[in-house]
Design a protein around this ligand. Structure first.
Ligand SMILES: [Zn+2]
Length: 252
């Protein structure tokens, strides 16, 4: 079962490559089919198998022999691994399906944010809807309500942080995508872990932020990937992190 889920992850990962690279340019994700970005050579089915084709083609386009970016197979592999982790931790369950949604979102954010410094709206919207549908399926409408409330609280906290950042740096400090991503984190993590996620994301981003501010004299940061990583780490360690937080906050 684990192997099947891993292979599913590879296939989805190859689709997320396309989504993350094409959507920011307003290109269709269906047409044209997969092609070499250098010579436009159309890929046949055997040049389009996740990871295997890359190895089999020796990392080069069959037609023009230009190197194919290693990012593609890496993204496929990453998606496969995240899907597998989700299955190994949660089994087939509510948490597993939400885990797949979050993993997918994180992968797409990695592709689009690292290349274009943008977090797309459509994956955020689709993820939110999917998470709410899963919550509804397992727990009914009240779970949807409390999930939405957590989403709004974490979103608001991030929004306030952005206003503070703008005030301190006298210009835009956080991207709109970072704030919207916090809504998805609130939906899936709940309020406490959602707020903790902002702290953890900032903790991860801090060394990089320091470097960018000092070296490049910029205040705009690609905060997205750091937030995305912290969201997944917290999600996969949900129970351990909850225990820890309860002790820290004395909620027991
Ligand atoms: Zn080519």
């Amino acid at each position: 079962m684990g192997l099947i889920i891993f292979i599913f992850g590879l296939i989805f990962g190859s689709f997320y490559n396309v989504v993350g690279l094409r959507l920011p340019n307003n290109e269709s994700i269906v047409k044209p089919g997969s092609h070499c970005p250098k010579c436009n050579h159309k890929l046949s089915w055997y040049e389009n198998i996740p990871i295997l084709s890359y190895l089999f083609l020796g990392g080069k386009c069959k037609e023009c022999k230009n190197p194919i970016s290693i990012i593609y197979p890496l993204i496929e592999f990453l998606t496969g691994v995240l899907f597998l982790i989700s299955y190994l931790i949660f089994g087939i369950s509510e948490q597993f399906f939400i885990g797949l949604v979050l993993s997918s979102l994180v992968v797409i954010i990695f592709v689009s944010d690292s290349k274009y410094m943008i977090i797309l709206d459509s994956p955020l919207v689709i993820s939110s809807v999917l998470i709410l549908i899963i919550k509804y399926y397992y727990h009914g409408i009240s779970a949807v309500g409390s999930s939405l409330l957590s989403g709004i609280i974490v979103f608001a906290a991030m929004y306030i942080l952005m206003l503070l950042g703008n005030f301190m740096f006298k210009k835009e400090s956080l991207g709109g995508g970072d704030i919207k991503l916090s809504f998805v984190s609130g939906l899936s993590l709940g309020t406490y872990l959602g707020l903790f996620y902002i702290v953890l994301g900032a903790f991860f981003a801090f060394p990089y932020a320091l470097y960018v501010t000092i070296k490049k004299k910029e205040s705009m940061l690609p905060f997205g990937p750091f937030l995305a990583i912290s969201m997944l780490i917290i999600y996969f360690n949900l129970e351990k992190v909850t225990e820890l937080l309860k002790i820290v906050l004395n909620l027991n």
